[in-house]
Design a protein around this ligand. Structure first.
Ligand code: ZN
Ligand code: ZN
Length: 326
């Protein structure tokens, strides 16, 4: 079922993970500087979101909601561990048993507080509890379920109900667990062509170029899948790390301009996503680019031709049949 929206929509989702995003491959060690610069980039982003009244969904790794942890001898006994073939020792071995002030790359309640106090309302969504890769056979249903339950519990401590989900590495699986735990929406991936799926440098270059040219698919439709709303991403706001730094920010903005135009024209979704630490790779030009995009969104919204719901709001409307003619 693909309902037609009554109006085009701009969705913004942010995979908020700090060091957790590199737990599975140990890459968090190489990006400590970027993670340390992320809070300042997030503060600047929140101020832009407030200024242009842009609503976003922050898919936060559940552990970042904690102020501290590890009372007993075993780290998080409530979590069923993934069984990935490359793991040596326990999944949580690299993770500190500590608290927010001492290890700010593994705990971020301060960041959650700033998100919640943004001048424009923001949604806190879920990105698993410890950034497990759900679609890998090493992540059992029991593992995924324990991860999601831990997030739901942590969010409850904040008075938050989680309804939107973003899969780490966009690896979609176990949708039945999400539905059981009260989720209504997840971010899917639009088909971005064969080249972008290739491993190694060819795929990396293809993916990089993809996000700075205004080539289709630029928009997508929500889709009802296994009792949830799949809200496909249609653009990644490319960082400026490594070779991606050679690609002009103007390309990222041009792609968004075309996507927003088509979303408004065709009553479809333009769904942009990024990781907050991506902004720390070159904060000034990347935030200036985002500001240009937000200005376009605000202009179309003020002219009544584009909505800017959070993922959760859109799912709620779709559930209610509002915005649907199908
Ligand atoms: Zn912990
Ligand atoms: Zn992630």
């Amino acid at each position: 079922m693909e309902p037609k929206l009554s109006k085009g929509a701009f969705l913004l989702s942010l995979d908020t993970e700090l060091a957790w995003g590199g737990l599975h491959n140990g890459k968090y060690r190489e990006r400590v500087d970027l993670f340390e610069a992320t809070r300042s980039a997030v503060a600047r982003l929140l101020s832009l979101l407030g200024e242009y009244e842009i609503h976003a969904t922050w898919a936060v790794v559940g552990h970042l909601l904690l102020r501290g942890c590890c009372q007993g001898a075993v780290k998080h006994p409530e979590l069923v561990r993934p069984d990935y073939p490359w793991l040596r020792g326990d999944w949580l071995d690299p993770v500190p048993c500590s608290e927010e002030g001492a290890d700010p790359l593994w705990y971020a309640p301060d960041m959650v507080e700033s998100i919640l106090s943004c001048a424009a309302e923001q949604e806190i969504g879920c990105h698993t509890f410890s950034h497990v890769i759900a679609g890998h056979p090493g992540c059992s249903r029991q593992c995924f379920e324990s991860e999601v339950r831990a997030c739901v519990d942590a969010a409850r401590g904040w008075g938050l109900k989680l309804t939107s989900f973003v899969f780490p590495r966009n690896s979609v699986a176990h949708l039945d667990v999400l539905r059981e735990q009260g989720f209504r929406a997840f971010r899917g991936s639009s088909d971005n062509g064969v080249l972008t799926k290739l491993p190694g440098p060819v795929g990396r270059v293809a993916r990089g170029i993809k996000w700075v040219v205004p080539q289709p698919p630029l928009t997508a439709s929500p889709e009802y899948r296994d009792g949830l709303w799949c809200l496909p991403d249609t653009s990644f706001y490319l960082h400026r790390e490594g070779g991606a730094g050679l690609l002009p920010v103007a390309g990222r903005v041009l792609r968004a301009a075309r996507g927003l135009h088509e979303a408004a024209r065709d009553q479809n979704l333009f769904h942009l996503y990024l990781h907050p630490f991506n902004l720390a790779t070159d904060p000034d030009p990347l935030l200036e680019g985002l500001e240009k995009i937000f200005r376009m969104v605000a202009s179309k919204r003020d002219r009544g031709i584009l909505d800017n719901p959070t993922m959760g709001e859109l799912a709620h409307r779709l559930d209610a049949g509002v915005g649907s003619v199908a």
